[in-house]
Design a protein around this ligand. Structure first.
Ligand SMILES: NC(=O)c1ccc[n+]([C@@H]2O[C@H](COP(=O)([O-])OP(=O)(O)OC[C@H]3O[C@@H](n4cnc5c(N)ncnc54)[C@H](OP(=O)(O)O)[C@@H]3O)[C@@H](O)[C@H]2O)c1
Length: 272
């Protein structure tokens, strides 16, 4: 195992989707992994243990960190993967929009930031560690009717960038991991907590596109492979992962053309 690769990881939201694939890749790579879920705890494996955590509950990051400390004999982890999250489909003028904004900010920004703050002292004392914040290409290309999701992810991107500068030369590396559409349970989870927007034809058009893009996205193992490669390279920074069109072409073109045109393309992309 390369010296660059960490030994012990905490992955939030490891039961399904990207988190599940990342946990398996890390275990394959020889790491001991602690993973979280809100559900019944799966049976532990020799190198994969489960902790229960709902990041929306008050004080959840602190309680989780206490359990991590207990499970590792006070050692903590040298890789934190802030992966857990969900989206809320909520048109900005809808009755639930305020609640959606608050919930998205809590789980996608405040909770991961709190976990980073809890993990940092131990990493700083050792002079090494990795922090991976799973954000989204939606931070660069916001999804209509999902402004709260895009906004919270963009906040996490900016905060990660600030920390990268602040912690330069500390031995701690930060990765802003930005997936495009991946074939996971993300939309099912979103549908189960969002107001039915099918009465609004614009919302229905966007939803259909979201379903199509996710169903045709690559499998989550590809994201796990990209993250593993980034760890092996030993460099922090932004890592975009997904289809060629979403993760390579779109960000490149967006740098070359006026924002006005980018937004117009987004309208077409979502059928608006
Ligand atoms: N799939 C995509 O296309 C895509 C694109 C860009 C970014 N992402 C991001 O990737 C991450 C993983 O998403 P996914 O696509 O793998 O979706 P997923 O299969 O629905 O996985 C989300 C995970 O987050 C956990 N979770 C959700 N709400 C939570 C809460 N309040 N507290 C603690 N854990 C919670 C869930 O755990 P339990 O149900 O086990 O509790 C679940 O395992 C998310 O941050 C998402 O925003 C996904």
């Amino acid at each position: 195992m390369s010296d660059r690769i960490p030994r012990r990881a905490l992955v939030t939201g490891g039961r399904t989707g990207l988190g599940r694939a990342v946990c398996h890749r890390l275990v394959e790579g020889g790491l001991k992994v602690l993973a979280t879920t809100r559900q019944e705890l799966p049976a532990p494996e020799p190198t994969l243990r489960w902790l229960r955590c709902d990041l929306e509950a008050p004080g959840a990051p602190e309680r989780l960190w206490g359990e991590v400390e207990a499970a590792t004999g006070g050692e903590g982890v040298d890789l934190l993967v802030n992966n857990a999250g969900f989206g809320i489909f909520s048109p900005a003028a809808g009755p639930d929009a305020g609640d959606a904004l608050r919930r998205q900010a809590e789980v996608l920004f405040h909770a991961p930031a709190a976990l980073v703050r809890l993990a940092l002292p131990g990493m700083m004392a050792k002079g090494r560690g990795w922090i991976v914040n799973v954000t989204s290409l939606a931070a660069e290309f916001p999804i209509p009717m999902m402004g709260g999701y895009a906004g919270a992810k963009a906040a996490l991107c900016a905060w990660t960038a600030a920390l990268e500068v602040e912690l330069a030369d500390s031995g701690i590396k930060l990765i802003d991991f930005r997936p495009g559409d991946y074939r996971t349970d993300f939309n099912q989870a979103m549908a189960s907590i969002s107001t039915d927007g099918s009465a609004d034809p614009r919302a229905a058009a966007v939803w259909r596109r979201l379903e199509h893009h996710l169903a045709n996205g690559p499998p989550p193992e590809r994201a796990a492979r990209d993250l593993w490669r980034a760890l092996e390279r030993g460099r922090g920074g932004v890592v975009r992962s997904g289809s060629f069109a979403q993760a390579r072409l779109a960000p490149l073109l967006a740098r070359l053309v006026p924002q006005r045109l980018v937004r117009r393309c987004q309208r077409a992309y979502y059928g608006l």
